[in-house]
Design a protein. Structure first.
Length: 858
């Protein structure tokens, strides 16, 4: 609609601006008090805690990772200790195995003779005080030779059991911890079988190791805080790095809970001394001895715990400082906000002169200054409210749209001059009257009264638009088409207190629209009545509208065509070009296109049509649809096909004519040659030769036309080249060396010019050969054909460097038939003949003919 939609909003704004200044700022005061009542300090502290929580979480995660790495390092440390101890012990036992193996191989031990014991046994025991006993036993456990550092006693049951087990072994073996009664010490017996020369077992060499001394040797390099034990297969302690004498032969607390099958691993266990140790254990291959090495966990984790406590202390101190600082910042923030809230309370109680006195560059001070500026603006608005009412009245008087305001009961309270003019009621008479009495509207088509706008607005509570065909009946009977809207007027509590109508006179616009509709209807009528097929086609090729002529042309109904696309009724052979042109139009590469194409009739046959397509665009150049004119040209195509057939027939006829003429000329040439052969007179033979050359020139032209199949024009270059070569071969003297030089451009001429040109060249060439080189003289004949630069003319030249022309030569006075033919043929092609000599050689005979090519219209 043609009116300003801002006017109802302006009226509502004027109503809203009448709110009390105190009532407006009251809400601001309540908001400020609510802000102060919520402890800002508590919120800041919570913010600090919220920030510290993820940091604390990350620290805990880092400590967990550090603890894991520390434990892995501790495991590696005790594992290294266990592996080193196992390696030392394993090397020690391997050395003892080699010694016993060497002793068992000595011949005196193999003799098993108690009277002749090998003295090396005593020497070996004396050199190794850690060995208590070295005994050679037979297969019945009877000692053959025995050396002991203590008073020997009968073997204990444990040694007897070990002897039985060692005899079953084929290799070196070691016993569990055994208490030796003779020495009063714990030992481990090492046994090596004694074999004779044939390899049969004949005895046993047994060496007793003092486990206390072995512990001192093996654990010499073990740290004091470490606890390393070696247990046998029964998990009894063999060796111990601390207090070995008190623990050898007793069960190991470390191995008590471990499976026999476990070869190595880690365990945390509390020892008899109350110390928790991280222990690694490995098993010696073959002997099934287990080495356990442990370090106190409090020492392994000492660095981690120191770092942990130090970090916790720093973190707690930092958090405390942050909370205290946040509390102080909260106090600093609350103080100016409290002052701001006090100012708001004063204003809400009616003190409009109250202002905040916050100074500085803080954000709260900036809020205070903006608050003071807001109060100043409110004061200015209060002053401007009164003048706004006056401006509103002036605006209503000067606005171009008609405005009528009513109260809630629908009685008129205000009208502007435009409304007075359109309704025919002056404000003085309309004031207080019901709107329906002054503002009478009807439907333009039905002439029925329209619904009262006040009732509709009061019922819906929203802005409404009147129908476009609304007509206002003026007081004097005149009618106006109007564009109308009605909006509610609300008070401060958002209650509807009236209605404002804004409407404008659109009678002229309505008339223009009606004329436009009539024009569209006429165009549609012309579209439907067009004698050629018309169609509106969408951008994707579907028919939007078709006229009856197109339906009749293709045999389809309107409904059929509207349900199909142009692609479905077009011949596939023409479709690609059609679609490409349409795409080019959409892309702006062409504005329209025209082509001949085939469409498929409903009964299946093809219809030839002339298609003209243009593209309709929006004002912003956006494509809308195509407009196509489709004219049936099937009859015209049939006529064209008939003409083409007739033309082909005539071309064939011409082809045959030239062929027959060429044959007839060849017959004439043959007859002339027969006559020349029969004739004895030289002059007659010369005449006959000239005639034969002229007939040959004409015959060659017809032969060229016959071969090329092109009758509208002749290429002089090809024709003259063939003509000159044939004439030169026929006329060149046998007793002289004469050269022929051809410089021919491609020149197209009509047949009427080609024949004279051929005869001209034939006459001039034969004249040069007959008269230019007498007495067997050698020379050169040059024939030239070219386009003259800067002109449409063509230059044909024949020259020779023979005897040249006489000084008094005049072609007009010459009675030679050949030269007379040259003059006549030059006039026939409308050319100019010039006779002379070249600038390089004055004896050269030069004939130049210039003419304009005369080609028929294609």
């Amino acid at each position: 609609m043609c009116f300003s939609p801002l006017l109802p909003r302006r009226l509502l704004s004027a109503q809203l601006s009448q709110l009390s200044f105190a009532n407006q700022v009251k809400g601001v005061g309540e908001m400020a008090r609510s802000l102060v009542s919520d402890s800002i300090r508590t919120r800041i502290v919570l913010l600090v805690l919220a920030i510290a929580l993820p940091i604390l979480t990350m620290l805990i995660w880092f400590f967990i990772l550090d603890l894991r790495h520390t434990r892995e390092h501790a495991d590696a440390k005790v594992k290294l200790l266990a592996d080193n101890t196992a390696q030392i012990l394993n090397d020690y036992l391997l050395e003892r195995e080699r010694v016993l193996l060497s002793l068992a191989a000595r011949p005196m031990l193999r003799s098993m003779d108690a009277k002749h014991c090998d003295p090396i046994i005593s020497d070996y025991l004396a050199l190794n005080p850690s060995y208590s006993t070295l005994v050679v036993l037979d297969l019945n456990a009877h000692p053959i030779c025995s050396v002991s550092q203590y008073q020997p006693k009968t073997d204990s049951l444990a040694l007897s059991q070990f002897f039985s087990a060692a005899l079953r072994q084929e290799v070196f073996s070691a016993s569990a911890a055994i208490f030796e009664r003779g020495s009063g010490r714990w030992i481990s017996a090492l046994a090596q079988p004694i074999r004779n020369q044939s390899g049969s077992k004949i005895g046993l060499l047994r060496l007793a190791l003092d486990l206390q001394k072995l512990s001192d040797d093996v654990f010499r390099s073990v740290p004091n805080e470490a606890l390393v034990t070696v247990t046998d297969q029964d998990r009894l302690i063999l060796l111990r790095s601390q207090q070995a004498s008190s623990f050898i032969g007793k069960p190991s607390a470390t191995s008590a809970g471990l499976s026999v099958d476990m070869r190595e691993g880690f365990v945390s266990i509390k020892g008899l001394d109350g110390i928790n140790r991280r222990t690694a254990f490995v098993t010696l291959a073959g002997l099934n001895w287990r080495v356990s090495a442990g370090l106190p966990e409090h020492e392994l984790l000492a660095d981690f715990r120191r770092t942990l406590w130090r970090s916790l202390a720093v973190g707690i101190a930092t958090l405390g400082v942050a909370i205290a600082l946040a509390w102080r910042i909260g106090i600093a923030i609350i103080r100016p906000i409290s002052e701001l809230a006090t100012t708001v309370n004063r204003i809400s109680n009616g003190d409009r002169s109250a202002r905040t006195k916050l100074a500085g560059s803080s954000e709260v001070a900036m809020v205070g200054r903006e608050f003071n500026r807001m109060l100043d603006i409110f004061e200015q608005q209060a002053v401007a409210l009164k003048s706004g009412e006056q401006n509103l009245a002036i605006t209503l008087q000067s606005i171009g749209d008609a405005v009528i305001a009513t109260d809630a009961a629908g009685q008129i309270t205000r009208m502007n001059p435009t409304a007075e003019r359109l309704t025919g009621w002056p404000l003085s008479e309309a004031l207080g009257l019901p709107l329906s009495e002054v503002f009478q509207i009807i439907d333009a088509h039905t002439r029925l009264p329209g619904l009262p706008p006040v009732t509709r607005v009061m019922h819906s509570g929203a802005t409404i638009e009147m129908p476009e065909d609304t007509v206002l009946l003026a007081r004097d009977g005149r009618e106006y088409h109007i564009a109308d809207s009605a909006a509610p007027i609300r008070d401060r509590s958002e209650q509807i207190v009236g209605v404002v109508l804004v409407f404008s006179d659109i009678t002229e616009r309505h008339r223009i629209a009606a004329e436009k509709m009539l024009s569209v209807a006429q165009m549609e009528q012309a579209f439907d009545a067009s004698p050629i097929g018309m169609a509106l086609i969408s951008l994707d090729g579907h028919f939007l509208r078709v006229n009856p002529e197109l339906c009749q042309m293709l045999g389809w109904t309107v409904a059929d065509l509207l349900h199909c696309s142009i692609q479905s009724i077009a011949s596939p052979a023409d479709l690609a070009t059609d679609l490409q042109f349409m795409a080019d139009m959409v892309e702006g590469k062409r504005s329209s296109f025209q082509l001949e194409k085939r469409y498929l009739h409903k009964d299946g046959h093809e219809v030839w049509a002339q298609l003209n397509v243009s593209l309709v665009r929006e004002i912003n150049r956006t494509p809308i649809h195509f407009v196509a004119q489709i004219q049936n040209i099937s009859e015209r195509k049939q006529t064209q096909d008939a003409l083409q057939a007739s033309l082909a027939e005539k071309v064939g006829l011409l082809h045959e004519v030239h062929h027959r003429v060429k044959n007839n000329l060849q017959v004439i040439t043959s007859l002339l040659r027969l006559e020349r052969a029969r004739c004895t007179e030289a002059e007659t033979q010369t005449v006959l030769n000239d005639i034969i050359g002229r007939v040959r020139a004409m015959s060659l032209l017809h032969e060229s036309l016959y071969r090329s199949g092109i009758f509208a024009s002749v290429d002089l270059r090809n024709y003259l080249k063939e003509l000159c070569n044939q004439a030169f071969r026929a006329l060149a003297p046998k007793n002289a060396v004469i050269h022929l030089e051809l410089d021919l451009d491609s020149v197209k001429v009509s047949m009427d010019q080609a024949s004279p040109c051929g005869l001209l060249v034939n006459e001039l060439l034969s004249n040069s050969l007959k008269h230019g080189f007498p007495d067997g003289r050698n020379g050169l004949i040059r024939i030239r054909l070219q386009h003259l630069s800067g002109s449409q003319e063509i230059l044909l030249q024949v020259s020779d460097n023979g005897v040249g022309l006489p000084a008094d030569f005049d072609i007009k006075m010459n009675s030679s038939l050949g030269l007379q033919l040259v003059s006549d043929l030059t006039r026939q092609i409308k050319g100019r003949l010039e006779i002379g000599h070249s600038q390089e050689n004055r004896q050269t005979a030069l004939f130049s003919i210039s003419f304009t090519a005369d080609l028929p219209n294609s």
